[in-house]
Ligand binder design. Sequence first.
Ligand SMILES: [Cu+2]
Length: 161
Amino acid sequence: MRTTLISFALAMAAGFAFAHDYAVGEISIKHPVAYPTVGRTGAGYMEIMNEGPADRLVGVSAEFPRVMLHESVTENDVTRMEHRMAVDLPTGEMVTFKPGGLHVMFMGLSEHWKVGDEIPATLNFETAGSVDVVFKVEERPTRTEGETDHSAHQGMDHSNH
Ligand SMILES: [Cu+2]
């Protein structure tokens, strides 16, 4: 009995570590991830699946001077980041935060994020409530739109000095 309980607990822990998913109400958050930083800003990405009534992500809080919802928008080959007050989560749809698109912007980092770092944050949903998640810092995939996204962040960072 005891052994069964322990191995069950271990399996659960291992499952969590591997899947790295979170849920609140009928909303699930899949694999929150970030990449190593070089400046004073970092971006968080994830997938949000809403199996319940339509909801909205209305904010993210974390231990940084400023955290915002951003979307990178490309028009005429020029990419800029726009602030979003909220992100709609329609019923039965997966909303993807990814380089070159929606992201959580963490500003005022005091040290660089490295592979293996864990960035705790709280996602606040209008109806479902709040859930604590951890953005895990992974190796940045090579040559994606993220490069554009990244340089946009750097430009923004300099203007703050
Ligand atoms: Cu941004």
